[in-house]
Design a binder for this molecule. Structure first.
Ligand code: 6R9
Length: 652
C-alpha cells in the first residue's frame, strides 16, 4: 500500500479527468475560465439568470464600494421558492430531496413536495410565534430533517436565521443569540450522538436564561427524555406545527436582504457574525454545486457529510443542493456508530454517487483501516470532494484509491464561511488533479498570492492568499461591526481581501493551501508553516494525524511541539519519537525537527474538524486554556495538557 502511495506521489504525479467521467461531464475544457475572466460581471449575470428564479429582475449586476458589495441590485427573489416550489411546479414533487438516516437506525425519505409542505407549515408556525420579516431566529438542533426545514422556513418568511452547531456550549449559544438579538429559538429535547443524548433543551435553557431578546422557544421532540418546561415561553413543535396550513406564500426578498448570519468557526478569539444576503449567494452556491460536483439531478445521490451548523451545510446541504434539485443524504450521527463502517454502509444503502467530506474524517478512516470500507459496496460512487483543511497528499491518494477505486475524481474545494461558496477548486471534467492541491480559482474568481507588501509573488512561490475582485456569495459584513469587517479582511492589503491563509503556487500555477498564517512559526529566523510540518509527519506510515505549534524557546525563538495520533497497529515509544523527528528533518530540513512529540488519542478540534492550535499552544506554554466553547469535545484538551506536563515537566 505505502509503496503504491509513494509511486503515486512521485515527482509530477497528476490525474487527468478519467475518460469515462469526461464523457458526461458538464465542463470538459478550459474555455469557461477565459470567458468568465474577460467579463466576470457578465459571467455571474448569466449564471444568475440561468440558475435562479427571480420575482423581479435586477437592474445593476454589481455595485462595488470597496469593501461593500451589492449584487443583482433591484432584483427580488425568495431562496426557499428556489429550493422547493419551482421543482414541484416543474413536476419533480415526487423526487426525494432528503434521505435521512437517524443514528439509532430509523430513516426517512422526504420528497420535494413533502418538504415544501413541511417548510410551509413551519413558516406559518414561526409567524404564529410572532416572527416577521427581518426578525432573527436562532436554530440549535442536531442533524435531523427539521434542521434544514428550519433554515428554509426562515428564508420563506424573510427572517434571517442564525444556526448554532448542536455541539456548542450554553455560553457560545448565549453569546450568539445575544449578538444577533434573536426573537425565537428553535431547538429540540436532545440530539443523538454516539448512542448518547446531547441534552439540547437543558443547554438551551441555560443559554436563554441570559438572552433577553428571546420571546419563544420552539422545541422538537427527538430523544424523548423528560425536559424542563417554561410555560408561556416554550412551545412543542408537535403541538404547533402540524396544525398549520401547508400554504405559505414565499416572501419576495430584495437581492441584498440578509439571508442568514453564521458565526465563524472560532479558531480565532471572539466569534464574528458573518452576513450573507440572498441573490448573489444563491447564484454562486448553485453554480459551484452544479459544476464542481458535476451534479446530474436526475441520477445522482449526493451526500455532503458535514453538519448543517457549519457553512458547508448551509451552502451544500441546504441552499446550493436543493436549488439544484439534488437528491441528498443526511446522517444524524457519528461515523463510528454502531461501527466504523457506518459511512460506507450508508453509501451502499443509498447508492451514493457524490461524497463530500473533510480531511480530518478521511485521516480518521485511514487510521481505522481499509477493512471497513472494503466490507461495503462503494461502486456507486463517481465523485469525491474534500473541504475544511489542506488535504495532505497521502490522505488524498488514500481517498482516491480506497474509497474511489481510482475511478472518481477528488475535488479539493477551498473556501470559507466568509466566501459563502467554493472559490479555489477543480472542475472535475476539465482539470488535471494533483493530490493535495485545490488547483485553480474557479471561473470568475480572482485570487492571487502576495508578499508582505501586497505585491504578487512570482510563480513558483508562496505567500498570502488574497482575493482580488468581489464575488457574488461574498460576506456583506460582520453583524453590527462594519469597521471590524473592513479591518479584518480589507485592511492588510490595499484593495484586496485577505483570506488569512498562506498558499503557494507551483511551477504549473497550481494553488497549494498551507493553512492559516497565524499558524506560521518562526524558528531560528525561518518561517515554517504548521501545515508543512504536519504534512511531513503524516507522511510517515505510523502517523494518522498530527498537529504542531511553535512554543517559546530561549535559543531558537520558537521550537516545534508536535502532537501525534498513531495509526492502528503502531506503538508509542522513544524510538518512534526519534524516528519521526528524523523523518521531518529529512523531509523538510533539520530546522523543522520537532523539539517534543506527544502521542495522543485525540486532538482538540472544532466540529468541522479544524485543529485548534491556539489551545495546543496554551498547553505547550503551560498557559491557562483559552476559550474552549467551540470544541467538539472540550475534555480532549484537558487530557492532552495533563499528559504533556507529565511527559515534559522540564520543558513546560
Ligand atoms: C468551508 C470552510 C475556512 C478555513 C480556510 C482554510 C481552511 C477550508 C480548505 C481549507 C485548505 C481546503 N480550509 N477548505 N484549507 N484546503 N480545501 O471550511 O469554512 O469553517 O470558515 O473555514 O478553512 O484555512 O480559511 P470555515
Amino acid at each position: 500500500m505505502s509503496e503504491t502511495i509513494e509511486s503515486l506521489l512521485g515527482e509530477g504525479q497528476s490525474f487527468p479527468p478519467p475518460a469515462h467521467f469526461k464523457k458526461t461531464a458538464r465542463v470538459v475544457d478550459a474555455e469557461i475560465y477565459d470567458e468568465a475572466n474577460a467579463d466576470f460581471e457578465g459571467f455571474w449575470a448569466r449564471q444568475a439568470a440561468d440558475l435562479v428564479d427571480w420575482v423581479e429582475e435586477w437592474h445593476t449586476v454589481l455595485e462595488w464600494d470597496l469593501p461593500f458589495a451589492k449584487w443583482f441590485v433591484g432584483g427580488k427573489l425568495n431562496a426557499s421558492y428556489n429550493c422547493l416550489d419551482r421543482h414541484v411546479e416543474a413536476g419533480h414533487g415526487d423526487q426525494v430531496a432528503y434521505y435521512w438516516e437517524g443514528e439509532p437506525g430509523d430513516a426517512r425519505a422526504i420528497t420535494y413536495a413533502q418538504l415544501l409542505d413541511d417548510v410551509s407549515q413551519l413558516a406559518n408556525a414561526l409567524k404564529a410565534l410572532g416572527v416577521g420579516k427581518g426578525d432573527r431566529v436562532n436554530i440549535y438542533l442536531g442533524m435531523v430533517p427539521e434542521l434544514p426545514m428550519a433554515l428554509l422556513a426562515c428564508a420563506r418568511i424573510g427572517a434571517p436565521h442564525s444556526v448554532v452547531f448542536g455541539g456548542f456550549s450554553a455560553d457560545s449559544l448565549r453569546d450568539r443569540i445575544n449578538d444577533a438579538e434573536a426573537k425565537v429559538l428553535i431547538t429540540g429535547d436532545g440530539a443523538w450522538r454516539r448512542g448518547t443524548i446531547v441534552p439540547l433543551k437543558d443547554i438551551a435553557d441555560a443559554a436563554v436564561a441570559e438572552c433577553p431578546s428571546i420571546e419563544k422557544v420552539l422545541v422538537l421532540r427527538r430523544t424523548e427524555q423528560d425536559v424542563a418546561w417554561s410555560d408561556g415561553r416554550d412551545v412543542w413543535w408537535h403541538d404547533l406545527v402540524p396544525q398549520q396550513s401547508t400554504n405559505c406564500a414565499p416572501e419576495p426578498m430584495d437581492s441584498e436582504d440578509l439571508l442568514y448570519l453564521l458565526y465563524t468557526s472560532g479558531t480565532t478569539a471572539k466569534p464574528k457574525g458573518i452576513m450573507h444576503t440572498t441573490g448573489g449567494y444563491l447564484t454562486q452556491v448553485c453554480w459551484t454545486h452544479k459544476h464542481v460536483f458535476d451534479l446530474q439531478p436526475d441520477t445522482d445521490v449526493y451526500w455532503c457529510a458535514a453538519d448543517v451548523g457549519w457553512v458547508t451545510g448551509h451552502s451544500y446541504i441546504v441552499y446550493g443542493a436543493l436549488a439544484n434539485r439534488a437528491t441528498c443524504v443526511i446522517y444524524e450521527g457519528t461515523p463510528d456508530f454502531p461501527d466504523k463502517d457506518r459511512m460506507w454502509q450508508i453509501v451502499e444503502k443509498y447508492k451514493v454517487t457524490i461524497l463530500y467530506t473533510a480531511p480530518t474524517a478521511i485521516r480518521t478512516f485511514m487510521k481505522w483501516g481499509a477493512e471497513w470500507p472494503e466490507k461495503r459496496d462503494l461502486t456507486s460512487l463517481r465523485l469525491l470532494g474534500s473541504v475544511g483543511e489542506p488535504i495532505n497528499p497521502e490522505a488524498w491518494v488514500w481517498y482516491w484509491k480506497t474509497i474511489g477505486a481510482e475511478r472518481c475524481p477528488v475535488v479539493d474545494t477551498w473556501w470559507q464561511t466568509e466566501t459563502g461558496a467554493m472559490m479555489i477548486s477543480p472542475l472535475p471534467g476539465a482539470t488535471t488533479l494533483k493530490p493535495g492541491s485545490a488547483t485553480f480559482p474557479l471561473p470568475g474568481i480572482g485570487a492571487d498570492i502576495v508578499d508582505d507588501n501586497g505585491k504578487s509573488v512570482a510563480i513558483p512561490g508562496g505567500g498570502y492568499l488574497v482575493l482580488t475582485r468581489p464575488w457574488p456569495a461574498m460576506l456583506r459584513g460582520i453583524w453590527g461591526d462594519p469597521e471590524r469587517y473592513r479591518a479584518t479582511y480589507w485592511g492588510r492589503f490595499e484593495g484586496k481581501y485577505f483570506a488569512g491563509d498562506g498558499a503557494k503556487r507551483d511551477a504549473d500555477g497550481y494553488f497549494w493551501l498551507l493553512g492559516r498564517v497565524d499558524d506560521v512559526m518562526l524558528i531560528s529566523g525561518h518561517n515554517i508553516s504548521t501545515a508543512e510540518v504536519e504534512h511531513a509527519l503524516v507522511g510517515h506510515p505510523a502517523v494518522a494525524e498530527a498537529a504542531v505549534v511553535g512554543k517559546t524557546d530561549a535559543t531558537s525563538g520558537q521550537a516545534i511541539a508536535a502532537f501525534v495520533i498513531l495509526r492502528n497497529g503502531f506503538e508509542a515509544s522513544d524510538a518512534l519519537v526519534e524516528e519521526l523527528r528524523e523523518h521531518v528533518a529529512e523531509t523538510i530540513g533539520p530546522i523543522a525537527k520537532p523539539k517534543s512529540i506527544l502521542f495522543t488519542e485525540e486532538l482538540p478540534k472544532t466540529r468541522s474538524g479544524k485543529i485548534m492550535r491556539r489551545l495546543l499552544k496554551d498547553v505547550s506554554e503551560d498557559h491557562a486554556l483559552g476559550d474552549t466553547t467551540t470544541l467538539a469535545d472540550p475534555s480532549v484538551v484537558e487530557g492532552i495538557k495533563a499528559r504533556y506536563l507529565a511527559q515534559a515537566p522540564d520543558e513546560a
